[in-house]
Design a protein around this ligand. Sequence first.
Ligand SMILES: [Zn+2]
Length: 414
Amino acid sequence: MKAFLFALVVLLHGNIIFCQDRALVGAKIYPSPTEAPIEKGVILIRKGKITAVGSADKIVVPKTMTVIDCRGLILTAAFWNCHVHFMEPKWEDADLIPAAQFNKQMAQMITSHGFAHVFDLAELSIGTVLRIRDRIKKGDVNGPVIYTTGVPLTPPNGSPFYIEPLKLPEASDPQQAAAHVRQQIDSGADAIKIWTGSPVDGGKTVYMPEEIVRQVTQTAHSLGKPVFAHPTDTKGVIIALDGGVDILAHTAPQDGREWSADTIQRMLMAHMALIPTLKLWKYELQKGGVVDWANNAFMLTAQQQLHDFSKAGGTVLFGTDVGYVPDYSTGDEYTLLAGSGLDYRNILAALTTTPAQRFGLGARTGRIAVGMDADIVVLGADPALDIRSFDKVVYTFCQGRIIYRNIPPETPVR
Ligand SMILES: [Zn+2]
C-alpha cells in the first residue's frame, strides 16, 4: 500500500521530491498588487498549496510544521519572466548535466531572481528546452515551470542580424507557415514566436507579409496557443495588429517613433500584451559603443511607448530576454520600468497576476491566497521603498518546493 501511495504521489506531482509542509512566519506580505499588505504575516503551506494567510495573531502554526523565520523580510507571489532563452551552450544535453551544476546554472539565470515561471521565446531546437523542462519535472534538480515557443519563424530572408551566422526557419507562403506552427505545437510548444519586422544587415527591416502572419495566428489559435511577435518598429507593430498577434515580445523603438493614440487604442481593443525588455536596449546600445545609453533616443522612445501604453491601461508582462542578454541581473529592468512611469504595484502586477491571468493560470498562481499554489518569493527589502529590491531574493518557492535560497537551509525553531 505504501509503495502504491508513493507511486501515486510521484504521478500526481510529477516528481519524487515531497513538498514539505512549512510555515513562513513574520514577513510583510503583499498578497497581490491591489490588496493592502499584511504586516507580520503568516503563510501555511501543505502539499504545495497555500492553506492559510493572515497576520501572526490570527493564524495558529501547527506544531508539526517546519517554521521559516521571515521576520524583516517581504513576501509576494513568485515572479514570471515572460522572455527568456536557454540558447547558451551550457544548456545542451540538459539531461546529462550533474544536478549540482544544473541547479547552479538555473539559480544564476532564473531562480535567484524570483522566477518560478518562465516563457522561453525561441530556441534553435525545441529539444534543448524540452530536455530542461523534463529534467525539472523528474525532480532531481530545481527549476521553474517552463513554457516555450519552440523554434521561431521569420519572413523570407529575415533572420535577424544579431544571430548571424545562424539562420532561422522562414515562411514564404501561408502553407509553410501553417506547417511550421503545427510542427512546433506537435513537438511540445506552448505558443508560437514570429518576427513581424526583423532587423537585418545594413540597418534594414524585413517585414513578414500580413497573410503569413494571419495564417500563423489562425493556426495557432485553432490549437489554443498564443502568438508572440518581435516587431522592431511601429510598422512591425501594425502588421502584428493586422495579423492577430497576441503579445509583443519587445517595445519597438527602431524608427524612433512614439506610438500614436490610435495605435495604442488598437492594441487595447485587440487585448495585445507588451513585454518591454528595456534592459535589452541598454545592452544593445552599450554593445554599439553608446556610453550615455540612458539618454539615447532609442531608449527614450522605448520608454515613451511603454509609458503611453501602460497609462492607457495596456497589459504589461515582465521579461528581460535573459539568455540572449548575458547579464542575468534584473535590477536595471526594474529601474527602467519605474523610469517609464510604472510604480511598484504596476511592476508587481507585470511579474505576477497579469502573466498568470494571461496564460490561463490566474486561479492557480500569481497571488498569495488560500488554495493557490505555493509559488512564493521572499525578498530581503521592500520594493515599495526601492524598486531594485525586487531582485533581492532570499527564497523562491515553486509549488511549495524551495527552488532557490541564498541562506543556509532553515533550522526548525522547534
Ligand atoms: Zn529574445
